[in-house]
Structure formats: structure tokens, C-alpha cells
Design a protein around this ligand. Sequence first.
Ligand code: UT7
Length: 320
Amino acid sequence: MTYSRIIGTGGYLPDRVLTNTELETWIDTSDQWIIERTGIRSRRLAATEQDTCDLAEQAARKALEAAGCKASELDLIIIATTTPDRIYPSTACLLQARLGNHGATAFDVQAVCSGFIYALSIADKFIKTGTVRRALVVGAEIYSRILNWTDRSTCILFGDGAGAVVLESSPNPGILSTHLHADGAYKDMLTVPGTAIQGHLQNGDGFTKMQGNEVFKFAVRALSNVVEEALVANQLDSSVIDWLIPHQANIRIITATAKKLKLPMERVIVTVSEHGNTSAASVPLALDVGVRDGRIQRGDILLMEAIGGGFTWGAVVVKY
Ligand code: UT7
């Protein structure tokens, strides 16, 4: 049996910190409201001159270094992003050029906040079929550029960043299972509706629109179901989960999922307070934080989950 093993992780956050207190001076909100409703205290913003590929490159280089792997040894590069640098080529191809890799399969995945879970799952399938030996999977976002900074119901929630993993095929576990879902019936609940036609943005604008309360309720339900599905598929009791690495959208959603799993919050990697919701970057960033601060150890059982626009949602179980 061939498994995909995570052999290196990396993360990158831009320098600029945007606190709730600073947001109070821009819009009608308060530090207290944001902390109580979301758990977010601050988030990072990319500099004007940075693009998504810059963030992805920083995270990717750290993951490659941790893995002891050269970019030329990669057979597959996938970037999950909602905020690509260009309509095309894909950000994965842009990153491939920066890293100096020639010839690997490279493409982007668009599943919004679930993008990294989707990309990890796709890379796992490539490795399991023997097509690929080493893969780089990145979640990278400059989400701040698709926010209306006068809309207090969305702009307080998101941040910029990138996270990455290097996977390698191995006879030892590895990614144990992946579970992906989508339901396009919910397409308007969380969306950036605009599209480029004849050089102009049409059919709406380029800003995030969200029915927050409805998204919240769906997220709690869908994530509870998908973590249960992941445990059943592996015949695992939740007590064997060493670390829950959830999508960092809202501390109340994270707490609800942990409660469903009967996991104490001490076994949940939480970065939402300082990162905000970095969309496709949130899970790999949280994973990297847990690995680098020594909480996540080799052999630990990890459960990652996310939900995003679409809706899309999913989970991955990993023996790290
Ligand atoms: O990655 C996946 C995508 N996103 C999510 O998972 C987000 C899911 N949703 C949420 O996290 C929550 O719904 C929010 C944090 C967005 C909102 O929290 P809520 O408890 O659902 O608040 P609400 O939308 O029901 O609004 C409650 C009140 C409203 O005022 P009224 O109508 O009761 O007078 C809002 O206008 O809070 C008001 N409000 C704010 N007040 C201060 C909304 N945004 C703000 C704000 N500051 N930033």
C-alpha cells in the first residue's frame, strides 16, 4: 500500500498587523464585538507590492527546506487559492517558475476556504496511484483584496497568508483518508459574484458577499457531519485524535466541532485570534504553527477540516 506522508510544512504571514482597535477607527465596530463573535484579535495584510505567489513562495520554500527536498524533485505543484494573481496562467505555474521547477504537473484548485483540503486530497490520489512521488501543496490568499472595507459584516473576518506542505510517497501511513463534499445550491450564501467580460468586471462586483448567520449554521452542521464521516471511515474513536486542525473562520464554529468530537480545546490548534480567516491558507498555516512549536509530533493522528464558499467542505485524517 502506498501512502502520502507529510515530510515538511511551511507558513508565511505578511508583516502588516491589522488589529481590531485599528478597525474601530475605520468602521462602526468594536474590539469587544469582534472578539466575542469571532475570537479574532488581529489579522495580517499583504503589502501593496506583494502578490499571492510571493506569499506562496515564502511558505513553499520553508516547507521544502523542512522536507530536505529540492524544488526540482517535485512532480506535482498544487495551489489552492481564491485570489490568484492572474486569470491565467495558474498561480501554481507562476510559483513553479519562481522555484525553478520545470516539467512537474502544476495547477490551481478553487474551493475557497476548503481549497487546501481539496488540494491535499487530489495530491494524495496522484501519489496513491503511483503517478507522483513528491508533491507541493500550498494554500495562499490575499483575501484582503476581495473585501469591501466598508462592510463590517465581512471585512473584520479575513486575513492574508500562505501555508504549504511537501508530500512524499511512502509504504508507511500517511494520509489515511480524505472526504470532500460540495453543494452548489448554496452558491449565493458566500460569494464574490463578479466576472471578467471584455476586459471589465460584470455580473456583480469583486467583493465578498456573505449571509453570515446562515453560513455559520451550515458550517457547524456540515463540519460536525464530515468529521464524524472521517472517523467512521477509519473506524476511529475521537479519543485517538491527537490534534484537530480546523479551518480558522470563527472560534465559535471551532469550539462546536471540538465539542462534537468530545475533544478538549487543548487538543485543537487555534490560530484564528491572530490570523483571522485566511481562507485556503488557514489549515496549512495552523498545521505549520503546531509542527513548529512542537505540539504536533511524528506519529500523531491529525484531523483537518474546512468549509468554504460553494458550499464546499471536507476533512482529511493523517498519521503525521
Ligand atoms: O470560511 C467560511 C466562511 N465564513 C464563516 O464561517 C463565517 C460564518 N459566520 C460568522 O462567523 C458569523 O455569522 C459573523 C461573525 C459573521 C456574525 O456573527 P453573528 O453572531 O452571526 O451576528 P449577526 O450577523 O447575526 O449580527 C448581529 C448584529 C447585527 O446587528 P442587529 O441587526 O442585531 O442590530 C449586525 O448588524 O451585529 C451587527 N454586526 C456588527 N456589529 C459590530 C455585524 N457585524 C458587526 C461588526 N461590528 N463587525
